[in-house]
Design a binder for this molecule. Structure first.
Ligand SMILES: Cc1cc2nc3c(=O)[nH]c(=O)nc-3n(C[C@H](O)[C@H](O)[C@H](O)COP(=O)(O)O)c2cc1C
Length: 377
């Protein structure tokens, strides 16, 4: 296994420490996405053949062969260069999107640029997303620096990540979030490429998405609760000095709720569903709840580290097949038809929707509005 080859010195750096922990320990939140409270109605007469199912879509003007993005994880250390290279080769081969991890390290030390540049070198056509923290923007990154990270990988879009839970649990963290929204607005006003605002496993919500929409953000990666928990990752680090007992590693907005909340708050927005997305059924449910595409991080890293590129390809083959099975069994020839499916929602997810004042009718209307505005473009 790749992680065994790391020397102690190398693991002393935070990036490698994170990767070592997520590969070796249970870092997933103890509470799930709430997608288990969603069911799609079986269609016993789909009136289509399995091989007619089309899961392609367009994002930021580029065609994706499947509604999947491997979301940003890494770069920023020579030891992880191979990870971005491998993800990029697979993304190019499968026609899916990929993000790189935070490029902050490469701004501080240009010798680390190569660990990001390899993404574009290995995926000349794939949709690639650059990455920087909202908190770093607020600390005063200038436009020249933002241009630099975009040009480093000839990015198609820029993801700005929000990670207050990680910053507050990270021993060296900087939980400084004042002026982030103003800094994001400055970037939106100046940049011409699409900008995605993403969480990192604790979930965006509808109110924040609305606020960001009003300053010009059109795309949201929910990165909700139910998958990788940074509260857990940081608590597992040797450097962690506080007592995390009693603090829930299930803090956050569950992915399913986050999708619904954002779709109904900003019906026309592009939504990427991520955080605990593990199967083709999760992908199908997320799309039926109102997302446009889905993303995952941890399973891709694990597949790659344990079984190499072949392992990652196998994972994609499996989830793509599972997604097509669900589409066949719901009679959805195309993603737009799946998007219009009425999801059956019950239990905790239904209760939490009710508390937020969101009805199923409102969700269905919002999903329809998204499809109609896309068709007009
Ligand atoms: C090892 C690792 C490193 C990550 N680093 C970043 C990062 O640098 N920037 C970012 O926006 N998200 C980062 N993430 C968060 C993921 O993009 C994703 O939002 C989150 O892990 C939830 O997805 P998952 O449950 O499929 O892992 C990282 C995730 C992992 C597992």
């Amino acid at each position: 296994m790749w992680v065994r080859n790391l020397s102690d010195k190398e693991t002393a750096t935070r990036k490698l420490e994170h990767i070592k922990i997520v590969l070796e320990r249970n870092v997933e939140a103890s509470e799930g996405t709430l997608l288990n409270y969603v069911r799609l109605l079986h269609n016993p007469l789909p009136e289509l053949n399995f091989d007619e199912i089309d899961i392609s879509m367009k994002l930021f003007g580029k065609k994706l062969n499947a509604p999947i993005m491997i979301t940003g994880m890494t770069g920023g250390h020579p030891e992880v260069t191979w990870i971005n290279s491998a993800i990029a080769r697979v993304a190019e081969k499968y026609g899916i999107a990929m993000g790189v991890g935070s490029q902050r390290a490469a701004l501080e030390d240009p010798s680390l640029e190569n660990s990001f540049k390899v993404a574009r070198e290995n995926a000349p056509n794939a949709l690639i997303v650059a990455n920087i923290g909202g908190a770093q923007l607020a600390k005063g990154l200038n436009l020249e620096q933002i241009d630099k990270i975009i040009n480093m990988i000839k990015a198609d879009a820029l993801a700005i990540h929000l990670n207050p839970a990680q910053e507050v649990f990270q021993p060296e963290g900087e939980p400084i979030y004042r002026n982030v929204i103003r800094s994001i607005k400055r970037i939106v006003d100046e940049l011409s490429i699409p900008i995605i605002v993403k969480e990192t496993g604790a979930g965006l919500n509808g109110v924040i998405a609305r606020e960001l929409w009003e300053i010009g953000i059109k795309c949201f990666d929910v990165s909700g609760l139910g998958g990788t928990s940074w509260i857990k990752v940081e608590s597992l680090r040797k450097r962690f000095r506080r007592n995390p007992d009693g603090f829930p590693d299930h803090w956050g907005n569950p992915t399913a709720l986050s999708i619904i909340d954002i779709r109904t708050s900003v019906p026309e927005a592009c939504i990427i569903a991520s955080g605990g997305i593990r199967t083709g059924l999760d992908i199908a449910k997320s799309i039926a709840l109102g997302s446009d595409l889905t993303g995952f991080a941890l399973p891709a890293l694990r597949a790659l580290s344990y079984r190499g590129e072949e392992g990652l390809e196998r994972l994609l083959d499996d989830v793509i097949w599972q997604l097509k099975v669900v589409m066949f069994l719901t009679g959805s020839k195309k993603l737009d038809i799946l998007k219009l499916t009425t999801p059956l929602i019950w239990g905790r997810l239904a209760d939490e929707m009710e508390i937020l004042g969101i009805s199923l009718e409102e969700l269905l209307r919002a999903k329809l509005r998204r499809i109609l505005t896309q068709k007009k473009r």
